[in-house]
Design a protein around this ligand. Sequence first.
Ligand code: DGL
Length: 280
Amino acid sequence: MTHQHSVDSAIGILDSGVGGLTVVREVFRQLPKEKVLYFGDTLRCPYGPRSSDEVRRFTLEIVRYLSGSPLKALVIACNTATACALDEVRHQVNVPVLGVIEPGARAAIQVSRQGRVGVIGTEGTIRSSAYERALKRIDPRLYVVSLACPALVPLVESGGVENEESRKILRESLAPLKGHRLESLILGCTHYPLISSMISQEMGPGVALISSAEETTRELIAILRRDGLLREGPSRRPEEHHFFTSGHPASFRNIAEHWLHQPLQVEQVVLPALDESRVG
Ligand code: DGL
């Protein structure tokens, strides 16, 4: 899959819905000269509670769609999809594929001198132990506490407003992390950076919050630089990027324009189901 790529090819970014726009926001900030093709599978969101086989299949369907355009890198911005499908996607395409888990794990280790790291994510991500494995591959002596926080994606999607009700949900969700003397907490879900100030208040100033979106974009820059594929020249105009959603384009556009502060082209796409016997 995927065409010949060049400096002018796009960066493909995929997510289960709008959450991966936190990665797009970072790419726009750190790589304004690059073109983005984004796919949000809003129709089938959330991925968090689904089986890993289903998430893997959905992810491959999106990868196949995005690969119909020239790409120079692909970012799986969804933690759950990274946990379930990263290795397989790497076998399917001939461009660098980044997930959000390894960059987040590396960044957490850098700021945790005593090696005490927490991870929060969806049920699917935590059940896969993908963060724990990525962390322990780098340093097997780490003390890792992982916690599924199923209430937080709905909290963000309902606006993520800082009020007493939101703080109560957060306090209850994060309570099991108390007493572990954590030095860092990986926000292992696309949505959590959007409520990071509330999470930080809850965890206290001694716990460094790690946003996978920022770390992944840094790694993307390093890979494009290594391959001589960083684009020079003027910043991209808003209309050069393309956003695809399996769901309702108007509601996707409302949220995306609000988060990204620019007008966007959003197109609805019906993904053909994957015929696994023809993959590869
Ligand atoms: N994008 C998902 C993740 O980062 C969160 C939303 C969902 O469950 O689909 O894990």
